[in-house]
Design a protein around this ligand. Structure first.
Ligand SMILES: C[S@@+](CC[C@H](N)C(=O)[O-])C[C@H]1O[C@@H](n2cnc3c(N)ncnc32)[C@H](O)[C@@H]1O
Length: 398
């Protein structure tokens, strides 16, 4: 990961006085808050190297931020980047306006940039959450005014707002204090703070020296989850953690597994994916030389073929869904899946994990997608939160 030494002009701290804004807040809320110590926001002016320019916090799975950066560099031609959390979070400046940037990645969604959030405001972190709660609330009210002005979005009067506060490591008291302060300000101004299906998301990242805040719509964020980290509760008797990958694919790609009739699960053992498809009412043919979990054996909707997938023949039009989570070389897996796709109807769905065991993930993805592209439309390639050293390909058979 190249760090360009992109700095903030920390020497050029601008004290921006918001007396007028504070006056309005005091009148509107009719609260007797103690504003005495909250007279200014110490805003950090982010350096701009491009015109137009926009700043973003980009988050990837651990170890993949350099690939997220490379993807954005290829898409935008150039960028500036500064690491915030090693391997997984960076502050990036792109040579495009916010609107252009969002349009670009809505058309070409990034594979490794798991979550991209705008930076509309950067402030000095020092001492912010140490004072009384009402002072932090007053500060957050000022920030919110700034975020609304920069983003053109509102968080008050009936708007459903999610507040996502993150820092690099484990959850901290500071995160909690800032989240609570924002919630309180939003509720006071008539907004409704929610966890799911918000209209607007206020995003805050606590960096080492600075706090970065932004505001975006739910559609722009593409996820209800802070940093795109979609978390599921582990169920009693769950067969494998791998099940979370298929669950996340279902939500991320907007699939409805219950709409499928017959799925082929290649490399199915011990059966996390198979169990989810069975729960959705799909008939599953599971292929794996390894053992399926005993709880699945004898399931009336399951056909278990205990063999190497290379030796299993398929009949045309047997399946409307093919899923493959086989741990093997990406190209050899692609060859095998392409042969098995003969058993899938035209328009059928293919979901495949591509293992990134090599040092050149972008090249591997290019090679493998080129192989699949002759037989299927690649709808989306994405490293899901639950993908470790792999990505998920979502395709439709021609
Ligand atoms: C990561 S596990 C799959 C986990 C599964 N998706 C789940 O939810 O439990 C990979 C599986 O691929 C299987 N596998 C590897 N090579 C295979 C092949 N040639 N044919 C069939 N299965 C294979 C392995 O036996 C292993 O069980």
């Amino acid at each position: 990961m190249i760090d360009h030494g992109y700095g903030f002009r920390e020497r050029c701290l601008f004290e921006i006085i918001y007396l007028e804004m504070m006056f309005n807040i005091a009148i509107d809320s009719q609260q007797s808050w103690r504003f005495a110590h909250v007279e200014s926001v110490q805003e950090l002016i982010l350096e701009s190297h491009f015109t137009p320019s926009s700043h973003w916090i980009v988050t990837s799975n651990h170890g993949y931020i350099s690939y997220a950066q490379e993807e954005l560099r290829r898409s935008f031609g150039q960028l500036k980047s500064r690491m915030l959390v090693p391997g997984e979070m960076a502050l990036m400046e792109l040579p495009a306006s916010s609107t252009e940037a969002i349009e670009r990645w809505q058309q070409e969604p990034p594979i490794f940039g798991r979550h991209i959030q705008p930076v509309h405001l950067a402030v000095k972190r020092e001492g912010l959450a140490n004072g009384p709660a009402e002072e932090l609330e007053a500060m957050c009210a000022l920030w919110l005014e700034r975020l609304s002005a920069s983003s053109g979005l509102q968080a008050g009067s009936g708007t459903r707002v999610a507040v996502h506060v993150r820092s690099g490591g484990a959850r901290t008291e500071e995160e909690k204090a800032i989240r609570e302060a924002f919630r309180s300000v939003i509720e006071r101004s008539g907004g409704e703070t929610v966890l799911a299906e918000p209209e607007v998301i206020v995003t805050v990242v606590i960096g080492e020296a600075a706090i970065y805040a932004g505001m975006m719509t739910h559609a722009e964020a593409g996820s209800d989850w802070p940093g795109g980290a979609m978390r599921f509760q582990r169920e009693e008797g769950q067969i494998s953690r791998a099940k979370f990958k298929l669950l996340e694919a279902e939500r991320t790609f907007g699939l409805d597994y219950s709409a499928y009739r017959h799925a082929l699960d290649v490399g199915a053992a011990p059966g996390g994916w198979t169990s989810l498809l069975l729960e959705r009412g799909v008939h599953v043919t599971a292929i794996d030389p390894a053992n399926m979990h005993p709880s699945l054996i004898g399931h009336p909707q399951l056909t278990y073929v205990k063999r190497n997938a290379a030796d299993v023949p398929v009949e045309p039009n047997e399946f409307d869904l093919l899923v493959c989570d086989m741990s093997w070389s990406p190209k050899a897996t692609a060859e095998m899946v392409i042969r098995l796709m003969d058993g899938v109807i035209a328009g059928g769905t293919i979901l495949v994990t591509v293992k990134l065991m090599h040092k050149k993930p972008l090249q591997t993805i290019r090679d493998v997608t080129a192989m699949y592209a002759e037989h299927a439309q690649i709808i989306r390639a994405k490293q899901l939160f639950h993908n470790r050293d792999e990505i998920t390909l979502y395709m439709m058979k021609y």
